[in-house]
Design a protein around this ligand. Sequence first.
Ligand SMILES: [Ca+2]
Ligand SMILES: [Ca+2]
Ligand SMILES: [Ca+2]
Length: 157
Amino acid sequence: MRKSGAAVAALVLALTGAVTSTTTTTAQATASGGCNSAWPGRNGHMYAWRDIYCVGLLGNTAGSDDHWGDAYGPFTGLDANNASSVMNAGYTGGRDVVKFFFVPQYEAASYACLDPTEYFADDLRDNTFTNGALVNDNIMAHKWVTDGECAWGSWIG
Ligand SMILES: [Ca+2]
Ligand SMILES: [Ca+2]
Ligand SMILES: [Ca+2]
């Protein structure tokens, strides 16, 4: 489906010419460009935004926070169950993976991991925790870990 859709799109572009082609390219660049423009360079921090494409910063930190809905740490109150895009600008090596949790207190059965080489997950609506729940609007804690603390199917992007 995807390939035939792309072929149709290419045909439409070919038929309608350069004006349509330019418009389409600009729209796509804006959509994915949100997180690309937000990239700070490696600074040891993780980031979370309320909306997809890194819009509406909820917070950023070099540390971990075991409860995004409490009154303490870098993420508080309504930050819980709100993030729709996240970024890992951590320095590579050691505990360089951000592990996100479905419930507070780093509960082991339900998490998702973001590798520093992935840079960011600009739309969490197509990502799930290891318990199958959607990551979007469901993150309640995060912790810096080594990649050995993340199972094969737990990586998001
Ligand atoms: Ca907190
Ligand atoms: Ca959200
Ligand atoms: Ca995604």
